[in-house]
Each structure stands twice: as C-alpha cells, then as structure tokens.
Design a protein around this ligand. Structure first.
Ligand SMILES: Cc1ncc(C[n+]2csc(CCOP(=O)(O)OP(=O)(O)O)c2C)c(N)n1
Ligand SMILES: [Mg+2]
Length: 626
C-alpha cells in the first residue's frame, strides 16, 4: 500500500466533512443524503460539532427550540422525501440528549431514517462527574445515551477519534437500508469531539449509496400468484412501503388488471387515489365499513409494505374468514413474515411488476369486483354526509376536516399525529396524491405535528403544508412555530380546541370511566371532575390563540364553519405561518365502522359501568386470532 494522504481534523469536523459527501441514488436519481444538521448547543457539543458546523457552512445548520422537536422535523423531512434524504441532529449531553429519545423512538417505529449525534460525557473520565453526568457505582461505561439503544437501529459511542472510520459507514448502511432504517445514534463524548486525528483523505471523498430494489425469491412469487388465482375474495392492505418505494402507479395498474380492491393503513393512505373505484379507504380500527367488511370475509390478504399494527388488524379481529391466508410483500423479512404469511421479501414496486406479469389474464370474479366498487361508492356518500354536517354551536370535527380537504390543493401535505384527529382523518381525508396524507401513527406522538409540519415544508417548500392538531398536542409542543418563522417555512396550522382530550375522553367513556382525567378543568374539592360534572366543571383561563400570536404567528380566530373556510383562504395567501384557531365539540364524533380495538378493561372494579365494559371486552377478546 502506498502512502495515504491524510487530513488532520477534529473528530467532529471529520463527522461533518463525511456527512457532507454522502449521496444516495435510486432509479438513476442522485441526491445528497443529508440536507444539513439541526442542533441545540450546550457544553457537550458547542466546541465539537458546533465548531465544525460553523467552519463548514455549506453543510447547513438549522436551529431548533426543542431537541425532541428537531428529531421530529428531521423524521418528517425523511418521510416526505420517501426516506431518500434526512437531516442529522446534534444535542448537548444530558437533558438535550435524552430529549431526543422520544424522537428516536418515533423515527425507528415509523421506519424513517434520522442521524442523532448526542454529546456524551468525557471519555477521559478524570474530571467526572461533569455537569449533567449520570453516575453509576457499578461501571463507568455508562451514560444517559445508553437510553437510545432500544430505540435506535444502530448505536455506537465514539471513544477514540478513529472509531468514526468504521462507525460512520455502518451508520450510512443502516440509514439507507430500506429494511433496516430508523434512528441511528452516535454518542460523541465531548472531549473526543474536539480531538484531532490524521484521517485518511479518501474518507471524505464523495460516496454514493445505491438504494436497491431487491426482487423476492422466484418460487415465492410463483406460489403467491397461484394463491391469488385460487382466491375468491382477495384484498390488498397497502402500507407506507407502497409510498416509500414509489410504487403507487404500479399498484394502480396491478389493481386495474386484477380487480383486487385496496384498503389503506395510516402510513399507506395515498397509495391509491381516493376516488379510484377499487379504493375501499382506511382499514382497521379507524377504517371504513367498505374496507372492514371486505376484510372480514377476505380469503387472501396481500399486505404491501405494512407492519400490521393493531390499528390495521383491529387487534387481530379484522380478518375473520376461517381459511384466510396472507401474502406479504415487504423489504423487511421481519414484516414479511407477519400473520404467518407467504413472504415476498422485496421492494414493493418490482414485486408488483413481477406479479403483474405472472398474473396476466387473471382477474377477480366480476361479482366480487362489483361488490367492492359498490362499497366504495357507499363509503364516498358517507364521507359527503359527514363533510356536510353543520353542527352548532360548535362545529364537528368531520366538517372541519372536510373544509380543509376541499379547500386545499391536491399536492398539499396534511400533517397530523395524535388525538381524535388521526382516526377521523384516516376515515374522512380524501387523499389526492401520495404525499397528501402525512400521519405519524406508528408512535402517535403528541408534539410531532408542528415540528413534523416544519420538516415536511423544508422537504417540499413548493407545497402548502397543513398541520392539524388538538389543544392537547399544541400544549405539548408548539415551539417550532418559532423555527418555521425563522426559516420562512410557512405552515397553516389548524388548531382544534376542545379543552382537553376528546380522543382519550371518548375511550375512557367506552371503558366505563366517564372521561376521568381527560378534561382541562380545575380540580373540584381535590377531585377530578369527569364528564358527568358537565358544564359545572370550571375551565382553565388558557388562551391558545394569544399563545400562538406571542410566538410570531399570524392567528385567525374562528367561531363558525364559515369563519373557518374564510380563514383557510386568508391563510393560503399569507407568507407567514398562520394558526387557524377554532373550538370544536368534545362529544360530536365520527363513528367507528365495524371494528374493534383491544384496550383491556379492569377485571375487578367497583363501578358498574366498568364491569359492563369488561363483559363486552371479553366477548371481543375471544374473537382475536392468535
Ligand atoms: C406524547 C404523548 N402522550 C400521551 C399520548 C396519549 N394520548 C393520545 S391522544 C391524547 C390526547 C390528545 O389531545 P388533543 O391533542 O387535544 O386531541 P383531541 O383528543 O382533543 O382530539 C393523549 C393524551 C400520546 N399519544 N402522546
Ligand atoms: Mg383536545
């Protein structure tokens, strides 16, 4: 080996210099993998990664208000970019680092890539305990960053500067792997970040990760095709993988060729245009009667890019045909094997292509196709009905969703994550393009919404981004309104105030618990007023509209449906992040449609309502598949 040229850089400088040169390529399109780095500085990263980012301004630094929020923003960015681009996130040691743990879990559970660079306490140890250091009396080889291990797909602590030579390539392998991706955490001790090392110059050359479209085993594809031919009532469950793989067009052709109807998961909504006659809409707990009825009697379920959460399977009660079989197309062997399926481990797009070829000439029975199409049209009428309710004095959530849907453009991105909105949106939102519906429902993390909206807007500045959230989520984390203004990333934030948790309130009532702990009210005589206290409970003197105004947003307060629609029009024309504030009814709900969610009810209770709920639960529990 000849003599290698080297570059003497600090470890932190080397990390940034390396990240800057990482590219990905899929289908002949090449792009940088990192759009920059979010960061909040403290003593644990200011002189390391902070100094490096200052020295290399071409790797763009973004300030954030909260470390959890910046990870959410990076995650939403990656989701919007179909996982082909993301951001790094740097934090200090201690609380800055652990604030990112929730973000890491959100990214990993949703299978979205983010690179986390928390600072860590000194590798050289002599001045320990440093500020914010966790001490243990049984080892010195521990820090709060060990909390990232279960929520990261790859985790490492860099205690010598040369370790990044092997760690960063591993980080890239995992981040860019469609089957492995999630949060990657490299804990960077504060002292090592600032330490210099003669790195081989080659390490900083442009590097392109080619994203493979792996094909499944040929025999498995043949077997799958024969199962499809034998099936009388097949159903597709389209998950997020359809969208990430950019397989939506292939799916449409496959569906038109075969006549197999499609249901969509939370992450998969948008896989097929809502108006397609074979689109039955949302499946599962938050599903439509169209999808849930077809699912109940399906003899073959073809899962594409889905992880089969309990919301999708209605807690394992969705598929009731005694001989139902599953075929799963998934990049991850782990997901492909779920439901005891015939696994087609491969990319959704190429696998659909192969199946289409083998199934040439095949189509489902016209009666079955006709029945599915009729259900589609009946469901569309139900959406029209819920869109046109004009509830008074406070509007219903369904009509507000309808207004946002009808007034926003086909290419807009609607972002949501938690509360009663996700379920209502899953049923009612009419997805008109694959990126139209951006739900973080793997972790359903309150606080994702505004931060996620920021990330989506950064990824797609040409699109309008609508963030829909409740007062609970807003109070949990509204900080990135400030970042959206700082970065000129205009958001339209629709804030639905129902003074507490409509979602968990209704869940609580269904369990016989009267909404305990879910209203934003003062305690009465030391006890928590439930829903039975009605209007007697005293509400809190909180003004969320003023709160949003104080952060620099334009705020439009609405009282009626008509105010709301004009506010959307005003917000669309504005360049500034706009919060549309409206109160809505805690009790008027979009119903459930022939589905169930397993939330175990107390086996012993002094409350007759809880005892009754328990009896109902036992009946449904018995219907669950293993
Ligand atoms: C961080 C976090 N904490 C708790 C929960 C459990 N949870 C789910 S929905 C919800 C209430 C959401 O309230 P709000 O945003 O006002 O929406 P609403 O239910 O009123 O529609 C809670 C507490 C969660 N999903 N995320
Ligand atoms: Mg609420």
């Amino acid at each position: 080996m000849g003599e290698q040229t080297t570059r003497r850089l600090t470890m932190a400088q080397a990390v940034v210099a390396f990240l800057k040169k990482q590219y990905v390529e899929r289908d002949g399109v090449e792009q940088p993998f990192f759009a920059g780095c979010f960061g909040i500085f403290g003593h644990g990263n200011i002189a390391g990664i902070g100094q490096a980012l200052q020295q290399m301004p071409e790797f763009r630094y973004y300030q954030a208000r909260n470390e959890q929020a910046m990870v959410h923003a990076a995650t939403a960015y990656a989701k919007t970019k179909n996982r082909l681009q993301t951001l790094a996130c740097t934090s200090s040691v201690g609380p800055g680092a652990t604030n990112m743990v929730t973000g890491a879990a959100t990214a990993t559970i949703n299978r979205l890539p983010v690179l986390l660079l928390p600072g860590d306490t000194f590798a050289r140890r002599n001045v320990a305990p440093v500020l914010q250091q966790l001490e243990a009396d049984f080892t010195q080889d521990i820090s709060v960053n060990d909390c990232f291990k279960p929520v990261s797909r790859y985790w490492d602590r860099i205690v010598r500067p040369e370790q990044i030579l092997t760690s960063l390539p591993e980080a890239m392998r995992v981040l860019t792997s469609p089957s492995q991706t999630g949060a990657v955490t490299l804990a960077l001790p504060q002292d090592v970040q600032a330490e210099a090392y003669p790195y081989p110059a080659d390490f900083f050359r442009k590097s392109v990760s080619h994203i493979a479209r792996n094909r499944p085993d040929c025999q498995a594809v043949e077997r799958a095709a024969s199962w499809i031919r034998q099936s009388k009532r097949p159903l597709i469950v389209a998950g997020g993988g359809v969208i990430y793989s950019d397989a939506t067009e292939k799916l449409r052709r496959f569906v038109e060729q075969t006549g197999i109807p499609v249901s969509e998961t939370m992450a998969g909504k948008g896989s097929l245009l809502y108006s397609h006659p074979l689109n039955l809409g949302a499946i599962g707990v938050t599903g439509t009667f169209a999808a849930n009825r077809i699912a109940r009697d399906a003899d073959l379920v073809i899962g594409i890019g889905t992880r089969y959460s309990d919301f999708t399977t209605a807690s394992k009660t969705a598929f009731q045909h005694p001989d139902v079989r599953f075929i799963n197309i998934n990049v991850a062997e782990f997901d492909a094997a779920k439901q005891h399926a015939l696994p087609l481990v491969g990319d959704a797009r190429v696998t659909l292509e192969e199946l289409s070829q083998i199934l040439a000439g095949y189509s489902v029975d016209p009666d079955y196709r006709g029945a599915a199409e009729r259900l589609h049209y009946e469901w569309e009428q139900e959406v029209d009905r819920l869109y046109s309710i004009r509830n008074t004095p406070l509007p219903s959530q369904g009509e507000l969703i309808g207004a946002v849907n009808e007034l926003s453009g086909d290419r807009a991105i609607m972002v949501c994550a938690a509360g009663s909105l996700p379920g209502d949106l899953h049923k009612l939102w009419r997805a008109r393009s694959p990126k139209n519906y951006h739900l973080e429902y793997g972790y359903s993390c309150m606080g994702y919404e505004i931060a996620g909206g920021l990330g989506a807007k950064m990824a797609a500045p040409e699109r309008d981004v609508y963030v829909m959230l409740g007062d609970g989520s807003y109070l949990m984390m509204n900080s990135e309104i400030v970042t959206s203004i700082q970065e000129g990333c205009k958001l339209i934030i629709v804030l639905l105030d129902n003074q507490g948790y409509k979602s968990i309130g209704s869940l609580s009532r269904s369990l016989g618990q009267e909404g305990f702990g879910t209203r934003y009210v003062y305690p009465q005589n030391g006890a928590w007023p439930t829903d039975s206290a009605g209007a007697e409970a005293q509400t809190l003197p909180v003004n969320l509209a003023d709160n949003a105004r104080s952060l620099g947003a334009r705020v439009i307060e609405c009282e009626s449906y008509n105010d709301f629609t004009s506010a959307i029009e005003v917000a669309q024309k504005s360049d500034l992040t706009t919060v549309i504030y409206i109160q809505n009814d805690r009790y008027v709900s979009v119903p459930g449609y022939e589905s169930w969610w397993d939330v175990p009810v107390a086996e012993v209770s002094e409350m007759p309502s809880v005892q009754a709920a328990r009896r109902e639960w036992e009946v449904m529990r018995a219907k669950e598949a293993i």
